[in-house]
Every structure is written in C-alpha cells, then in structure tokens.
Design a binder for this molecule. Structure first.
Ligand code: PMP
Length: 435
C-alpha cells in the first residue's frame, strides 16, 4: 500500500542536508522512521499537546519528547524557571542551591532514594547504578530482562535470546563479547528462569536491573506479585535490586512504579520527566550503597554538567507544577477516557487487540493474544501497525514511529484532544485492519 508522505518540502530539504552531516540524518536512531517507512519531519516549535513542523503542519503529539513532557510541551512554569536560572549563569561546575532542592524533592517523593546523584541522561543513570552495584558487591554479573531497555550502556545492550534463558551476546557492534558475557538475560515475568539463574550463579550476580513496568517493548504489565518475588530473591542472594524508572518515574505516580506496587528497590535510575525536558538523569537509593561513590568511596562517577542550574530549575518547576495541579489524578482521568474509547472502537470493529495502560502510558499491540514478555510483544503485526501509523499521522495525530513504543498523554491534552484522537484512531484502525 502506498504511504502518505511523512515530510513536507522544508523537512525534506533539511533531511537531505542532515544526512550529509549526521549519520542517518538523526542524533538518535529511533527518530529515523526506519521501521515504519518514510522519513522524519523537522520540528519548528512545540507547545502544550501540539508540535508544528517546519512546513507549518500541526500535529497532536503522543510522543511527548519520548516521555519528559508530562505537562505538555514548553509549559510556562518550566520556560520561566529556565529563563530565571539562565540569567544567573548557565553552568558553574561548583555546587548550586538547586541541587540540594531537587535532591530533597526526590527523597520526599521516592523514599527508597535516601541519597541521589544527578547525571545528564538515563543512560548515564543506569550505567552508573550498575558500576555502583558492582563496586558495592565486588561481583560482576548483571541480570536483565528480555525487552527491557536501559540506555546504550555496553553491558546492557544485550538482546533477547530465544529459549528460557540466554547468556548475553552483544546486540551492537562495538560491544566486546566479554562485556556482554557478564549479562544474563531472562524473559520478563518468568520466575522459574530467574530461580534457575540465581541457583546456578547467585553468588556472582551484582545486580538485577529491570524496568518495573517495561515500556520499551510495547507496555508490558508485571504479573501479580512479580516485584515482591524479585525483592525476595535478590535479598536472599545479596544482589542489588535496581529499578530503572527512567520512563516510569514521576510519570505513573509521584513515586514511580515502586510507589504503586509498594516494593523498595536498593537503587533507582531516573530520567525524562525529572528534567522538565532538559538533559537530566539521576540515580539514587540506600545511603549505604550510595556512599560507595567518589569522593566518599571507591566507585568513580563524575560529570562536568551534572546538576547544572538550568536542568535542575526545569525539573523542579515541572515536578512542583505536577503536585500543584494534582497532575497524576488528571492524567489518570485522561488515560481512562482514551482507554474506554479505544476498547469501544475495538469492540465495534470486532478486533480485540491487546491494549495495556498504566495512567498516562498506553500501548495498543497489533496482536489479539495476551502479552507478558518480549516474545509475545514481537508477535504484533508490524505491517498493520505501519498502515495505522501513516493513516493517523496523515490525519494529524503523531504516535511514535514503531509498533513497540509506549504512548504518553500529557496534562496539556484536553478531553477534546482525546475525543478527536479516538476518531482519528478509529479511521486508522479500520484502514489497517479491515481494508
Ligand atoms: N532506561 C529506560 C527505561 C529508558 O526508557 C531509556 C530511554 N528511553 C533509558 C534508560 C535511556 O535514557 P536516555 O535516552 O536519556 O539515555
């Protein structure tokens, strides 16, 4: 089926130029539209629930800069806070008061984080948390789940394997097999596989890292009691339990998934929402573990721009505004409206696709079977998704250009936005599934 164009003429010119200067024309591969076909459009500006491309097209956005934009794009409170901070200097490399304020706010919202260190991306947060867990335990192996993405950290760029259990092999050129061999991959929600791994190698396992609600292979829901099982297993084996809440932290609740499920990890990686759209990550947890970091302890970790005033001011402004407007309750209402509408449409057209939602995060799998892990998620019909994606984009609604991404609603989306989206989605689904 021929696809509508994803670019206007100005975007097309910019992309032609970009490709001569930037590998693939993009600074992060997910932006390249590779899996859906077509080419990326270039953004001129964004505000609230909308982005406008350089050709003047307006789009209703459910990507939200891949998670950070929980208040919508360019919220006034964040823009004002950045402006005020910038007037006093954009970076010092010397401690500033915002760093203390945001650390205190994080500790208040996420009680498992007794101490925290700010970094510049989610990747830095998970990379540092892993190094810290290894330094703290004196062990080297790491267990991760199939389909969980933790940034482009060498030892975590290990793909899923088939079968119940895979000793890691690298998922990217440039990652030495020896690094990947330190990573053990198990399917999500698979207690038996975990028990086997820990029975065989428990004494060598420094950390178990997971997205507590995986959101990078569609949106996968944990089985009842799964986190409690992980907590027990890691405590028994002296393994550091790391929740990667880069996506879910400050998004599904003030305290992330750990608040929703009542489980206390040893370390938490954070990012996205916490930075208000500026480049921010953080990792934190038990003081006893965090105090192994330099300058107190032997685990080295550093950053020229870490804790810089613009990023801290943006994050603080965003989080305080979420609290002021009771943003999480509002997002739950919008999410429920979208979910109810989608379920109604699926029933009307007689195709019960699997739909998962947690608050403002949602994923419609192009698959009618239950999805509990990566393998289930991969059963989605990519070709059908692509038709759906191009149809909704042509109608002015922007979902992420991949069947395996999670959608994000922001506080700037209105009920009318949701209702309009449902009309566009219905047309897209009819085209993709029925024609
Ligand atoms: N962890 C998770 C769960 C993520 O979703 C991401 C990014 N999508 C990362 C880590 C990496 O964050 P960043 O892209 O800021 O490096």
């Amino acid at each position: 089926m021929s696809q509508p164009s994803t670019q206007g003429p100005k975007s097309a010119d910019l992309f032609t130029q970009a490709k001569t200067l930037i590998p693939g024309g993009v600074n992060s591969p997910v932006r390249a539209f590779r899996s859906v076909g077509g080419n990326p459009f270039f953004v001129d500006r964004a505000k609230g629930s909308r982005v406008w491309d350089v050709d003047g097209r307006e789009l209703l956005d459910y990507v939200g800069t891949w998670g950070p934009a929980i208040l919508g794009h360019a919220p006034d409170v964040v823009v004002d806070a950045v402006r005020t901070a910038a007037a006093n200097g954009v970076s010092f490399g010397i401690p500033n008061p915002y760093e203390v304020e945001i650390a205190e706010l994080i500790r208040d919202w996420v009680p498992s984080v007794e101490k925290v260190r700010m970094v510049n991306s989610g990747t830095e947060a998970t990379m540092s948390a892993i190094r810290l867990a290894r330094g703290y335990t004196g062990r080297s192996k790491v267990v991760k789940f199939d389909g969980c993405y933790h940034g482009h950290v060498d030892s975590l760029l290990v793909a899923a394997g088939s079968g119940a259990l895979t000793q890691g092999t690298p998922d990217s050129a440039g990652v030495p097999a020896g690094f990947a061999a330190e990573t053990i991959v198990v399917p999500f929600n698979d207690r038996e596989a975990l028990e086997r791994v820990f029975a065989e190698q428990g004494e060598d396992i420094a950390a178990l890292i997971l997205e507590p609600i995986p959101a990078n292979a569609g949106l996968i829901l944990p089985d009842e009691g799964f986190h409690a099982f992980l907590r027990e297993l890691t405590t028994k084996n002296g393994t550091v339990l790391i929740f990667d809440e880069v996506m879910t932290g400050f998004r599904v609740a003030k305290g992330g998934v750990q608040e929703l499920v009542g489980i206390t990890p040893d370390l938490t990686a954070m990012g996205k929402v916490i930075g208000g759209g500026l480049p921010v990550g953080a990792f934190g947890g038990r003081a006893e573990i965090m105090d192994c970091l330099a300058p107190l302890g032997p685990v080295y970790q550093a950053g020229t721009l870490s804790g810089n005033p613009l990023a801290m001011a943006a994050g603080l402004a965003q989080l305080r505004e979420m609290e002021r407007i009771d943003g999480y309750a509002h997002l739950e209402k919008l999410g429920a409206r979208l979910e109810a509408g989608l379920r109604g449409i699926l029933a009307d057209i007689g195709r019960p696709l699997t739909l998962h939602r947690v608050g403002s995060m949602f994923c419609l799998f192009f698959n009618e079977k239950p999805v509990r892990n990566l393998q289930d998620s991969m059963a989605s019909d990519g070709a059908v998704f692509n038709t759906f994606f191009h149809s909704t984009l042509a109608d002015g609604v922007y979902f992420a250009p991949s069947a395996y991404e999670t959608g994000f609603i922001s506080c700037a989306h209105s009920e009318a936005d949701i209702d309009h989206t449902l009309e566009v989605v219905e047309a897209g689904l009819r085209k993709a599934l029925l024609s």
